[in-house]
Design a protein around this ligand. Structure first.
Ligand SMILES: Cc1cc2nc3c(=O)[nH]c(=O)nc-3n(C[C@H](O)[C@H](O)[C@H](O)COP(=O)(O)OP(=O)(O)OC[C@H]3O[C@@H](n4cnc5c(N)ncnc54)[C@H](O)[C@@H]3O)c2cc1C
Ligand code: SF4
Length: 321
């Protein structure tokens, strides 16, 4: 790993000021479960590797999980394990707890944070290969070797700026489905507008996630989450789906269906919502919503076509869960 100066931030303002001061030569570290492996591979050109790593763990009290009149509030440093087993989260936001529980393994969840999950970098193996072997458009070069090469994990919903790498982060789709807001030191974003298909988030220079706000779900609604992965444990999603349907029984009046790990951002499917509204939940309704959710999907080649069927299945399973 290239050496860097490790700086302990004392407050959110301090972290933001340091980020602004050091600009592109700094990166943030939360739990470090993604960042450290990213830095170890030296997958970026040397000039893009950080000279400064700013530690958020030293900011006091940024790991809270609480409910107030506005709904659920999660500090950016709340760990995935605490979210997964929090009685507050489990009471009204079970899909959020399920998504957190479905990430990696216990050791990773105990240090990995929700802020880090929302901002973790893409996992395309060309991008992450050691010593910046493949200089694609995302890591300082040109073109996308995955198109002619191995694209089995890449997007079936097109590219962003020429990059087909999916957003791999499991908390993202569920927060979009639950109409969460992502609060930073500079702004507040609707979760569905927070993700960027190229640089993961829309945040700008000097910006960091400070809080996640999740409204109380509508009375009588049903939420669900389902993840398909190659291995049942400790694996990133090949596809996932998060849903919020109102009401849980009877004629559906509102629905949010979000696909994960199949596009360069989480995909909020208006077509799937249309397929659900006015219907009652049944296997046929869930099947129709799954079909609608992937109607616009298109494989790069035969090796990532499976993701389309898998995403459809995830929608169906999440709706019927
Ligand atoms: C074996 C293994 C399995 C995994 N499996 C999964 C999985 O199944 N699903 C999944 O989604 N992830 C998985 N991960 C990835 C990772 O563990 C999670 O994304 C975790 O939540 C990252 O959180 P962290 O606090 O460790 O982030 P870090 O590694 O500290 O940071 C990740 C990125 O986010 C940035 N960042 C961190 N906090 C903030 C903030 N507050 N504001 C702005 N930027 C910030 C950092 O600069 C860095 O670029 C896995 C990792 C490992 C090692
Ligand atoms: S999908 Fe994106 S990250 Fe992967 S090789 Fe292509 S441009 Fe690079």
């Amino acid at each position: 790993m290239k050496t860097f100066t490790h700086i302990n931030a004392t407050t959110i303002a301090d972290a933001g000021a340091k980020l602004t001061q050091y600009g592109s030569s700094a990166m943030l570290i939360a739990g470090g479960t993604d960042l450290i492996s990213f830095l170890k591979t030296r997958c970026l050109p040397d000039a893009q590797l950080p000279k400064y790593v700013i530690n958020l763990k030293t900011i006091p009290n940024l790991d809270y999980i609480k409910e107030d009149t506005g709904g659920l509030k999660l500090g950016a440093m709340a760990t995935l394990d605490k979210i997964a087993f929090s009685p507050v989260v489990l009471a009204k936001w079970p899909a959020l707890a399920a998504a957190a529980r479905g990430i990696a393994m216990w050791q990773v969840r105990c240090v990995g944070t929700i802020g880090g999950n929302l901002c973790a970098k893409k996992r395309c193996w060309y991008y992450r290969s050691t010593w910046n072997k493949f200089q694609c458009v995302l890591n300082g070069g040109t073109g996308c070797p995955a198109v002619a090469g191995n694209h089995r994990y890449e997007s079936v919903f097109g590219a962003t700026n020429g990059c087909y790498a999916v957003n791999p982060n499991d908390m993202a789709p569920v927060l979009v489905a639950l109409s969460a807001k992502i609060v930073t030191n500079k702004s507040t974003y609707d979760a569905e507008k927070f993700f960027d298909g190229f640089k993961v988030t829309v945040m700008g220079a000097g910006e960091l996630v400070t809080e996640i706000q999740v409204p109380v779900p509508p009375a009588g609604s049903k939420q669900g989450w389902y993840k398909a992965a190659e291995r049942q444990a400790i694996d990133f999603a090949s596809a996932s789906a998060a849903i919020l349907v109102t009401p849980a029984t009877g004629t559906i009046t509102a629905a949010r269906v979000v696909l994960g790990a199949v596009g360069t951002t989480p995909i909020l499917s208006a077509a799937a919502a249309t397929a659900l509204v006015g219907k009652t939940m049944s296997e046929a309704t869930a099947e129709a919503a799954g079909t609608a959710a992937v109607a616009a999907a298109k494989e790069i080649g035969p090796s990532n076509k499976y993701k389309i069927q898998m995403a459809k299945g995830c929608v169906k399973k999440a709706l019927l869960s």
